[in-house]
Design a protein around this ligand. Sequence first.
Ligand code: TRP
Length: 461
Amino acid sequence: MTEKILAAQPLPGLKRAGFTSGFGVLAATLGSAVGLGNIWKVPYLTGANGGAGFLLVYLLATLLVGLPVMIAEIAMGRQARANPVSALQKLAPRGQPWWLIGVAGIVAAFLILSFYSEVVAWVFAYVFKALRGSLLSSDRQVTEAAFAALISDPLQSLLWQWGVLAFIGSILLLGVTKGIEAITKKLMPILFLLLLLLCAFSLSLDKAAEGLAFLFKPDFGKITASVVLTAMGLAFFKLSIGMGTMMTYGSYFGDGQNIPVTAARVMVADLCVSMLAGMAIFPAVFTFGFAPTAGPSLVFITLPAVFSHMPMGQALMVAFFVLAAVAATGAMLSLMEVPVVVLHERLGWSRPKATLASLLVLMLLGSGCALSNNVLADFKPWGMTLFDLFDFVSSNLLLPAGGIFIALFAGWAWRGEGLKRALSNHGQLRNETLARALVVLLRYVSPLLILLVMLKGLGLF
Ligand code: TRP
């Protein structure tokens, strides 16, 4: 099997699709970065890790590790104009097995999608429940019971998840230009509009200042080693790096696209989305006397209770979960595109066939996660439910390992020269100083820092 994959060369005459405009590139790439990470992970991790101090460390991690690796991935993808497996084969010195990063990336994509699609399933279910008004209660116990009822029902969990997967698959069937680019171009502006609306409401509440202070006034005493490492893991997940997503999207970038500038824009816009989400959530949480430290349940249990206290609470709650659904859609498109394009280009399958095959695998693997809160709750290989196991293996093993090897590849195996040439658009842009700084970061700083995250994630120190 491996040999067959290896032997398969890019098919002659296969015309590669790509993003057609600067705005399309930005929307699709930002669409990948923005996701449940911003709406769900950043707020709860910030809440649980002491607020502004955590954000500050996250910002540093994004600049020192996230941005360099993201730029490298995009540059590698565009240079090779191929899926991650083929791209690494093309760019690597003869005989070196760097393409294994691409293979690990496909595994990571399936694992992440399996649990991610289940959380997205809850989001979609919440949109409908919010519309019906059945979630609105000021009593946290009631909102907790509503959430428990959803995740403990195997049929609901499965159907919502499969619905979500089919929805994403059907967009991918339309292709890179008419599917991914066209849809994200529409979704991203809607996302910003909804966010601004929710923010405006939240900031007009009584204790908005308290929420803002929690978000923006760092308490340096709360920054511990483990906070630093959590923040770095988040920086990774946020920018969709370490598994070939950005490499794949890079392969759709136009030749004239300024990669460092685009990546920096995406990073800044993604940060803005996270901050706006925080500014929409924390003022409300403080105003109505809830704890900002609720953890992963913040969005699904605390927030519905918060909304019930607000004027127009139901409409705002619908808006919030639609916002989360919109954000998650762009992220899932980018995740699923990785196996689709690999199957398409390596095995010569048509895009529809590759999409359907990926979809089938995902429905199978994903149901392990959908059922892990009910029927399979007691099935715990290595002491974790499948949901937690998939999250653990992808976030703590595959993504950081992928990140380390991508950084090492771009910094060493590509000899820095390849990166410099790709970033300057083959001499058209004058950015050697920037490229030189990136090479230093990619050679030494990023791999070492990521290694620390990984060891911590494995509980090795
Ligand atoms: N960045 C997305 C989010 O924050 C998730 C995501 C999309 C992702 N593609 C990825 C995470 C690739 C890791 C790797 O929700």
